[in-house]
Design a protein around this ligand. Structure first.
Ligand SMILES: [Zn+2]
Length: 184
């Protein structure tokens, strides 16, 4: 009984924003996230990870465009592209070293994204090539580190995630300023 209520209690934490609000407590975990208060550091870490991923996608769109890069660079590929553009991780999402690294981003449509996750080699190669072309040194090192299988122990650390959020926000600001110089 206790276990069940524990599990139910856990899932209900993330059921909806309203429930999250109800769970808010007075504990505060510094940084720029002060508007929201999370009852546990685990919740805060999760929220930071989500926020950072959202920023990574936003920055990716600003830098790499809002159209499918596979379609643009490899028109010969036989694939029906869609208009839904997503942030594609070149090095797998499972690898948390590069999860928030903008070098690891490319803009790909939902078709390409799906094809890659289902093991379509041509799409996989196309995305590798797009990322490699942008920064070959980064790509070489990232592939090497990915193959070593070393886990990123900082992925669950508040200080590291806060730093990433800050970096990404800064880069978004810069990218926006470059896109619209008059606004600066
Ligand atoms: Zn596509």
């Amino acid at each position: 009984m206790e276990t069940i209520s524990k599990i139910v209690g856990k899932t209900s934490n993330y059921k909806s924003k309203n429930e999250m609000k109800l769970k808010r407590k007075t504990l505060k975990y510094g940084g720029k996230f002060t508007k929201r208060k999370y009852s546990t550091s685990r919740e805060y870490v999760k929220a930071l990870q989500k926020k950072a991923e959202r920023l990574w996608k936003e920055l990716g769109k600003l830098l790499h465009g809002n159209e499918c890069e596979v379609k643009k660079n490899f028109p010969e590929l036989r694939i029906t592209h869609t208009k839904i553009i997503q942030g594609e991780h070149c090095i797998s999402r499972r690898n948390k070293y590069f999860f928030l690294d903008i070098n690891n981003h490319s803009s790909a449509c939902s078709s390409c994204n799906q094809a890659k996750s289902y093991g379509n080699k041509s799409v996989h190669r196309a995305i590798d090539e797009i990322v490699q072309k942008r920064n070959s040194e980064w790509f070489k090192n990232a592939v090497w580190l990915d193959q070593s299988g070393e886990p990123n122990t900082k992925w669950g650390k508040v200080w590291w995630l806060e730093e990433k959020v800050e970096d990404l926000e800064e880069m978004i600001k810069e990218a926006n300023e470059q896109n619209n110089p008059s606004c600066g």
